[in-house]
Design a protein around this ligand. Structure first.
Ligand SMILES: C[S@@+](CC[C@H](N)C(=O)[O-])C[C@H]1O[C@@H](n2cnc3c(N)ncnc32)[C@H](O)[C@@H]1O
Length: 250
């Protein structure tokens, strides 16, 4: 007879967001994700972890977590997580995210990743955007910002900001500050709260279409002979620079 948790998992998996590991589930719950199903191979251990690291979600997890055999858990996830916790969450409606991204006046920037290629970078950027309270993260191009590897790298923090894939024509309004080593030194600039902060792809930098939408080209300080920084670290420096001059609460 099929395990009821396995039947529910297979029914929901196709249309849900996989939260892989305790921390992804913890973050998603903190930021209001709807989680119809969460499993673990060891309820007692998972609840002990919650009591230690996240007492705010312990009771929610107590009500939510179903214990399943190790084989069943392993059949749900591509790579078993050390915490042996996995969950399925409802993806936020695109319309709701578009409303958040388009809402004005904006109190924190929108990050645009122009044709990103690396799923780990995209997840790291979503985690940064969540930490700095950015309005959202928009990707252009073919990478799916809700790909399970991106969600795993983002530690479930997709639920703490608005994450969508858009075309350049659909970008939210606001002055576009595009990051490029040829731009003006960021240290001489104040980045406004309604900025659209755009970053180029790991391989080829900013696209022609994005450059055409750009109002200001901005450079991060970098010694000669170093060609560029990693995409996610560039976003980190830029958000940190914005945070030093904003009145927006973090
Ligand atoms: C790995 S870099 C892209 C390198 C790429 N080979 C190129 O031709 O630009 C990814 C993105 O990070 C940002 N970036 C990296 N280093 C930067 C710097 N020193 N100043 C401003 N932006 C930078 C830019 O947005 C860049 O497009």
């Amino acid at each position: 007879m099929t395990d009821p948790a396995a039947a529910a998992w297979h029914r929901l998996a196709e249309t849900s967001v996989l939260l892989d590991g305790f921390h992804a589930l913890k973050h998603a719950l903190r930021f209001g994700a709807e989680v119809p199903l969460a499993v673990t191979t060891d309820r007692e251990a998972a609840l002990a972890l919650a009591a230690e690291l996240a007492p705010d979600v312990r009771d929610t997890l107590d009500a939510l977590l179903t214990e399943v055999p190790d084989d069943t858990y392993r059949s749900f996830v591509p790579r078993p997580h050390p915490t042996a916790v996995a969950a399925l969450a409802v993806r936020p409606a695109r319309e709701a995210n578009l409303r958040k991204l388009g809402h004005t006046p904006r109190s924190a920037p929108v990050i645009v990743l122009d044709h990103p290629r690396n799923l780990g970078n995209a997840g790291a950027v979503i985690r940064l955007a969540a930490g700095f309270g950015a309005t959202g993260v928009v990707t252009t191009g073919t990478l799916d910002p809700w790909h399970p590897t991106v969600v795993r790298a983002g530690a479930g923090l997709h639920y703490a900001t608005a994450v969508e894939r858009l075309t350049i024509d659909e970008l939210p309004s606001g002055p576009v500050f595009a990051l490029d080593p040829e731009g003006d030194d960021i240290r001489s600039l104040k980045l406004p709260d309604d900025a659209v902060l755009a970053f180029g792809s790991e391989r080829s930098g900013l696209s022609t279409e994005l450059r055409a939408r750009t109002d200001h080209l901005v450079a991060l300080p970098m010694r000669p002979q170093v060609s560029s920084y990693n995409l996610a670290t560039s976003v980190a420096m830029t958000l940190y620079h914005w945070s030093t001059s904003t009145a927006a609460p973090l």
